[in-house]
Design a protein around this ligand. Sequence first.
Ligand code: AGP
Length: 605
Amino acid sequence: MCGIVGILGKNPVAPLLVDALKRLEYRGYDSAGIATLENGQLIRLRAEGKLVSLKNKLTKRSLHGTIGIGHTRWATHGAPIKRNAHPHMTEKLAIVHNGIIENFLELRTALQHKGYILETDTDTEVIAYLITDTLYTGKTPLEAVQYSLSRLKGAFTFALMFAGEEDLLIAARRGPPLAVGYGEGEMYLGSDATAFASFTNKVSYLEDGDLAVLTRNSVTLFDENAKQVRRHKKKSAGGILLISKGNYRHFMQKEMFEQPESVSHTLARYLDCARSVLRPQKVDWSAVTRLSFASCGTAYYSTLIAKYWFESLAGLTVENDVASEFRYRNPPLSAGTLPLFVSQSGETADTLASLRYCKKKGMKTGAIVNAVESSIMREADIVFPTLAGPEISVASTKTFTSQLAVLASLAVAAGKTRGVIDKKREDALIGALIEIPRYISEVLKLEPSIESLCREFLRANHMLYIGRGTSYPIALEGALKLKELSYLHAEGYAAGELKHGPIALIDEKIPIIVIAPYDHWFEKTVSNVREAAARGGRIVLITDKRGAVATALIAQATIMMPEVPDIVAPIVYAIPVQLIAYHTAVLLGTDVDQPRNLAKSVTVE
Ligand code: AGP
């Protein structure tokens, strides 16, 4: 995740900005930069790679300004090079930004038509020029930001500093968290309170939609309707806690809401999103004849979805195993097989042992891993990083959607190399993948209605999740999430399997969550849903507009999803099942981030 900091100080702020950025390092980043004002002039320093490169630059060129902003960038739009590093600047302002501007292409074109020359691949620069353009019309910085916000779509947060304004920082939150720190004649901004923990522990978190105007002696906050508001000021534990939850209730909630950005970051590694093309591959897919996946838990479900993709898009034979079975089965491994291991932690004992088994058999192995420098990452021959950033909550959420983003991109690449999909289909698939962050942002807005729906699950002893095709593994994932977080009993089934046993469980007390995008499995799923409804089951349908129309009479509740292309449906439909598990658990009062008996990294058999 990108990290934002801002300081209105009494002394030169450059070293303090670097210190604050250092505290945000845990979020992951690939370039960094700071900007200050000297005699009203904007000055910046940026560097690729780790903060040490920026520090080295600072030893050669010291900055004296007492106001500044800083950023650690986790690339989403454009490569992690200096040109794309923040702060971005125009004649009038400097900006640091976290999140995604969904309509940036449209705005970029409009700005270019007005004669602005945009030099980076980022969506951030578009915000900078949009506000600058408004400033040229004579508006004040606050008016210009308010007006520009109304034109931006997406989930994002930014902080701004203006040329000639030595006592002004403006920040806005439309998604990712932002904290304000209160000092004595000094003020701070940070992606979380950890950033400024060594300067102050007095903090308030912006609510979603807030805008903050900071001077050295005041903080004025406005809500999304531009109404002046107050936000609770509290003492932060940022000095002790290295990673903070911001104003989310749990790490899991924070991580679910990070998904538009985390998936975007993942996709940027595998696709050149600006040109809508695949990036070069580490695997020669024409030499692969069979894929053999071995993983555990949620990571295993990601491979079940991948099976549909690799079979249909690339014509590859795919085998899926839970790693604890694979490692002891003595599976034969033919030439042409690529064993692939998916793991968030990269330390899961069974997955690691399966990888070592394959290596011992002389196979070239691949791994899709999140934790950098983990054993699986170090030992696999080919590594596909998921790049979702640190995941603290025991429940996998953002790492699951990032695993899926990697697998989908690889399946498209395999299909292309193997000549199974033509150029037109490839373009359509890539176009669909690029849209995932936008769909996820849209679905996250359903949180309040999903939360109230969860109240009725509290009376249930059992729940069923069903789906067909790529929605079947999402049903399994939904049931796993509910079990591990709320301790309610839940099972996931292929909808067509219901009548072969589980239908006996159905009575009027059992909620049945149906994952049913309006895809080519939809009609079949609906037939199974009718069978369940006829036996009194309480049907909760997760579907889109067309699906809802077709099932109006059988569903007691519907979670209305955006209409999405087939390839992205499992990634987008993962969000409501995460939200259901989370809110049911919160209502039941369980320990959401650290459920009983579970560990984040399972290093035992
Ligand atoms: C998911 O919410 C789980 N906590 C669990 O199933 C997890 O996915 C599994 O233990 C595998 O972990 P890994 O991805 O770190 O290998």
